[in-house]
Design a protein around this ligand. Structure first.
Ligand SMILES: [Zn+2]
Length: 498
């Protein structure tokens, strides 16, 4: 995510066929034997293969324990109500038995409403408990799930989408003819050292913490709206009033979609990755600028850290109050910064796009607890955004973006607040100043302390060894120390830890 910092940013940042003959009766059509993608066997990963570049397809065999979601979403004509059903296979990848599986119902704390019904655990009716303002659904498993065992959980659900962007930057909203549907399916929580890890997210920052999973989703929506969703399209059918799109996405930490009757597409193919941008027609110049920027960023980050995993990356313009918000293989960008007549692209658009593309590495490829360790995704992504500017324009050409980092920290008088605090320990100003300003400057200091070549090797090893896993601050420090063959407690204590 890239929250706005006030608006004063200095980083000036058809066929009619007729016949004379009586037509012969048309034979009855053969019954189609095309299987429904949502009936794909749980362990069959073939549907995901074409959505991954060849160098990322190894993950299909490696992530046997990842949760598999089969989801149906029916979007009502008013684009603000969704009826859904979800069937998941959850595998216990922990070292202890589990007697429940926990789901997040995020719409209940994002200004909307999510209700779950007809809950079945391995075909037996189950009664859930709720907590965290109904944003947490605890599903009991009658026979505790031993390590390595799996369970199939089914449910129906409904989502009322808020018609304002007031809460959490408007990640979940129907506003200005755009439906932004974030976290709008029951999402499995992460089980980690803390146990089932769930909390109410603050208004600042990202709301999710999720493991890499696989998604097959059928979206039924009114005709006439463009539906843009995470993953690769594997099916499309039309009825009189509706269209159905089936997508397969994974590995991925979330599923997102946006839909609007106003979207116009701009496409570029960059080194095997199809980059598409959807916005209103009047912003097509900004859209073109955006896809070219994204292509540069993908190239730089793929070479430096690990290949971009997917064959597609989609951008959608939305009314979000953040500058941009990252999702796996998809990025939401706030509409007004596409306006190249009134907003210079080097003020917001380029940096926002590079930053959000960077999150495809640090948030999606390498996961982290975004609520407890926001620096692992946000500060590091800010740093690699600086790297984008260095690699694109040279050191001198990167000074503008570097100054924007200093400026954010200056705004809070360069307070010596650790960068490694949970989101809830910052207020709006210190979250921006520390996590988005001081945080990336820590990585500059770390690079200077380690030396360029060992720092570069560290960040590459960090990305590749943690791909589709969850990182921690300790893992990051120990990999840095390994690569410089040095001890880095002093610098981590000075900048990171409380
Ligand atoms: Zn961000």
């Amino acid at each position: 995510m890239k929250p706005r910092i006030a608006s004063l940013l200095l980083f000036s940042l058809f066929a009619l066929s007729c016949s004379l003959f009586q037509p012969t009766p048309t034979p009855a059509p053969e019954v189609s034997s095309t299987p429904d993608p949502l009936d794909t066997p749980w362990d069959d990963r073939s549907i995901f293969k074409d959505g991954l570049v060849s160098s990322a397809q190894w993950a299909l065999d490696e992530l046997g324990g990842a949760t598999v979601y089969h989801v149906e979403l029916e979007i009502a004509d008013n684009l603000s109500h969704v009826n859904g059903s979800e069937k998941i296979r959850y595998t216990n990848t922990e070292s202890q038995s589990l007697n429940e599986v926990r789901f997040r119902l995020f719409p209940n704390i994002l200004g909307g409403k999510m209700e779950v019904s007809n809950l079945l655990v391995d075909n037996t009716t189950a009664t859930p408990r709720y907590d965290l303002q109904n944003s947490l659904m605890i599903v009991p498993i009658a026979a505790p799930l031993a390590p390595g065992e799996s369970v199939v959980i089914r449910m129906d659900f409904s989502v009322e989408v808020p018609r304002t962007v007031e809460l959490n930057y408007g990640v979940l909203a129907y506003d200005q003819d755009v439906l932004a549907l974030a976290h709008a399916y029951p999402m499995v929580s992460v089980f980690d050292e803390e146990g089932w890890n769930a909390e109410i997210p603050p208004q600042e920052g990202d709301v999710t913490y999720a493991d890499a999973s696989f998604f097959i989703v059928r979206v039924t929506a009114p005709k006439g709206v463009t539906v843009v969703a995470s993953g690769r399209r594997v099916g499309f059918t039309e009825a009189e009033q509706t269209q159905s799109v089936v997508v397969a996405s994974g590995p991925a930490r979330d599923f997102y979609l946006a839909a609007s009757p106003k979207y116009v597409e701009t496409t570029i193919n960059a080194d095997g990755v199809l980059i598409r941008s959807y916005t209103t027609a009047n912003f097509s110049e900004g859209s073109q600028y955006l896809v070219e920027t994204a292509a540069r960023a993908i190239k730089i980050f793929s070479a430096r850290y690990a290949p971009y995993p997917y064959t597609e990356l989609d951008f959608v313009s939305t009314p979000t109050l953040a500058l941009g918000i990252e999702y796996p293989g998809m990025i939401a960008i706030t509409s007004w910064i596409y306006d190249m007549e009134n907003v210079a692209p080097n003020e917001y658009l380029e940096a926002t796009v590079a930053h959000e593309v960077g999150h495809q590495w640090f948030y999606n490829l390498v996961g982290d607890d975004q609520l407890d360790d926001p620096w692992l995704d946000e500060s590091l992504t800010q740093f690699i955004t600086l790297q984008y500017f260095i690699d694109t324009y040279g050191l001198a050409g990167s000074e503008g973006f570097k100054s924007s980092l200093e400026f954010r920290w200056d705004m809070i008088a360069r307070e010596n607040i650790p960068i490694g605090l949970p989101v809830e320990d910052y207020d709006g100003a210190t979250y921006s100043g520390i996590v988005y300003g001081r945080g990336p400057l820590f990585f500059v200091a770390l690079r200077d302390a380690m030396g360029d070549s060992s720092f570069d090797a560290f960040l590459k090893e960090y990305t590749q060894s943690l791909t589709w896993k969850v990182s921690t601050p300790e893992t990051l420090q120990s990999l840095a120390e390994k690569n410089c063959a040095c001890e880095l407690d002093a610098i981590f204590n000075e900048w990171v830890y409380p």
